[in-house]
Ligand binder design. Structure first.
Ligand code: F6R
Length: 611
């Protein structure tokens, strides 16, 4: 949610910032801008994508060794040139970019207005910037001190980067609740919402923590807390290669990421699942084994696609471990005054590790004594750090805004955790355990087989692209897959789609069915198969179009469908990792056929760091 980039050092800042913004564009892309120290502070900004800013900059003097840049996902104020960041202070001497929301900005704005300030944008950011300048003026203090005083007053979430015309090589940065990474080069520093803008320059990074403030010059990085005490920066080595964030010959990141799934699931299992010994090694689980196996209940908190992974996990944990599980939308859980017992285990599922609702939810549960176990993709992210134990999904950077490979990696991790706990608790027979270990191990190869049906799914997309609504239905482990399929279609093709448990359809949604409504069934062979087939018949009887994900060779089911997408047979516990792939492809190809930007769907952003 908003991408921020900064550079100070001997190189030209502008090309580094622009390249960094393009990599962070997945975080928001409604407007963009840069501020450069170029014989005084110069701010250039514009509604639209980074490429449009680049066009606007042709012919301008872009020479600068220090600068900041921003790509926005609007919170306060519509996407427009004037609401784009960076914002300039009233004196014109300061420029600032911001990711997050200042919740009490209206009060501060009123105070500043009473003192005669006027504002040229609708943003909370401009208010905070002028508040900082006002403090600096009143207290006759330096910028760093003014930022510290201002941040003690504000509520909300932020990462801010500020530059000051009078100190042209310095960037002041601060964070609470939104991510900030500082890359350390030789005589230069890089800043970003994640590490991707600095990948080709340095592998040494510092993840800034909440309530920390950084004063960054080319050859100096000072980290302090809001009490003005110095903190020793903890420098970490980045384990990410440039190739991982490039399209690698694919037309879109989404297609690349869908196609990477045999590899990403394999990477997720690698080093953990050993089929020769039947063991699952997960340090994060072993570390907290006692608390995990004696959990009174597991509460899974997540949002969106990660919430769907949590729903699949609910079925798996209850079945294998006999522990009661609740799956909560993090946004509801955090505000609901939930009952949490010290014996509860909270599993936070998040690709980005930065989702504000999930982060706050787990902090709340941690305060009440629950154990927090994170299932996170981005190493070093806020949720990973806030968790007491956990397991990374190792799916690699996911850049397409719609989550694909992170979902299947979450399922792989959650299945391994459940199997490991079930074995330790003795709630699974040795035979079933070994069978499932082998089934899990076979998934990457089977995913590769599913991907071969892409041309067929592309043809289906052409056939159904003009439908106005879709219904997605499934039962048991495949019910969350139906929800996920509907979400993918909504996000990428802007077609209204609803997901339901197949049996629930007759309690209302069946009223929608007519000859124009495509109904997508997730109908692989499992314990519920016959019942799902009956539900298909109910749709056919009302002239609905039935498209189904079925197992290869299931001619009986195929015979009652209008169209099918096939996946190899698999145990129902691991089958969602297969049945979800055709639905990802269907959404992708329908979005493509309708001419939409599938990597950056309208109104969305990847990392939702506002609540
Ligand atoms: C859907 C999607 C979102 C995210 C949700 C949670 O394709 O990407 O629904 O799943 O915003 O994000 P994370 O997993 O980063 O916490």
């Amino acid at each position: 949610m908003c991408g921020i980039v900064g550079y100070t050092g001997p190189r030209e800042a502008y090309p580094i910032i622009i390249k960094g913004l393009k990599r962070l564009e997945y975080r928001g892309y409604d407007s963009t801008g840069v501020a450069l120290q170029n014989s005084g502070l110069k701010v250039y900004k514009k509604k639209g994508r980074v490429a449009e800013l680049e066009d606007m900059m042709i012919g301008k003097d872009i020479h600068a060794h220090t600068g900041i840049g921003h790509t926005r996902w609007a919170t306060h104020g519509e996407p427009s040139d004037r609401n784009a960041h960076p914002h300039s202070s009233a004196s014109g001497k300061l420029a600032m970019i911001h990711n997050g929301i200042i919740e009490n900005y209206a009060q501060i704005k009123k105070e500043l207005s009473n003192k005669g300030y006027t504002f040229s944008s609708d943003t909370d950011t401009e208010v905070l910037l002028n508040f900082i300048e006002e403090i600096q003026k009143n207290n006759q203090c330096n910028l760093e001190e003014a930022v510290r005083i201002a941040l003690k007053r504000v509520t909300g979430a932020y990462v801010i980067l500020l530059i000051d015309e009078t100190h042209p090589d310095t960037i002041i940065a601060a964070r609470k609740g939104s991510p900030l990474v500082i890359g350390i080069g030789k005589g230069e520093h890089f800043l970003g919402s994640d590490a991707t803008p600095m990948l080709e320059y340095t592998k040494e990074v510092v993840y800034v923590n909440d309530y920390e403030l950084a004063i960054i010059k080319p050859d100096e990085l000072i980290l302090k807390n809001l009490g003005n005490e110095k903190i020793t920066p903890y420098v970490q080595k980045l384990d990410m290669e440039l190739a991982a964030i490039e399209k690698g010959g694919y037309e879109h990141f989404m297609l690349k990421e869908i196609n990477e799934q045999p590899e990403t699931i394999y990477d997720c299992l690698r080093g953990r699942l050993d089929i020769t010994t039947g063991t699952i090694t997960m340090a994060g689980v072993e570390k907290e084994m006692e608390r995990l196996i004696h959990a009174n209940r597991i509460v899974i908190v997540a949002c969106g696609t990660s919430w769907h992974a949590g729903l699949v996990a609910e079925y798996i944990f209850e079945e294998l471990c006999r522990i009661p599980v609740e799956v909560e939308y993090a946004s509801e859980f955090r505000y609901r005054n939930p009952v949490i017992f010290p014996g509860d285990v909270i599993i936070a599922v998040s690709q980005s590790g930065e989702t504000a609702d999930t982060l706050v939810a787990i902090e709340k549960a941690k305060d009440q004594g629950a154990l927090i176990f994170g299932v996170v993709n981005v190493v070093g992210s806020s949720i990973a750090r806030a968790s007491q134990a956990g397991a990374y999904t190792h799916a690699g950077p996911e850049i397409g805004v719609a989550s694909t490979k992170a979902f299947t990696a979450q399922l792989a991790v959650l299945t391994m955790v459940a199997l490991k706990l079930a074995k330790q608790k003795n709630t699974i027979s040795e035979e079933r355990y070994l069978h499932l270990v082998n089934e899990l191990h076979a998934i990457p190869e089977k995913v590769a087989i599913v991907l071969e049906s892409a041309p067929l799914i592309k043809a289906l997309a052409e056939k159904y692209k003009d439908a106005e609504d879709f219904l997605y239905l499934g039962r048991g482990y495949n019910f969350p897959v139906a929800l996920e399929g509907a979400l993918k279609l909504k996000e990428i093709s802007y077609i209204h789609a609803e997901g339901y448990p197949a049996a629930e359809m007759k309690h209302g949604p069946i009223a929608l069915v007519d000859e124009n409504l495509p109904v997508v069934f997730v109908a692989t062979r499992d314990s519920f198969h016959e019942k799902v087939v009956s539900n298909m018949q109910e749709i056919k009887a009302r002239k609905g179009k039935v498209i189904a994900v079925i197992n290869e060779g299931d001619t009986d089911t195929a015979a009652i469908c209008d169209d099918v997408m096939t996946v190899p047979e698999a145990n129902e516990i691991v089958a969602p990792m297969l049945s979800t792939i055709p639905l990802q492809l269907l959404a992708y190809y329908i979005g493509l056929a309708k001419g939409y930007d599938v990597d950056k769907p309208r109104n969305l952003a990847k990392s939702v760091t506002v609540e």
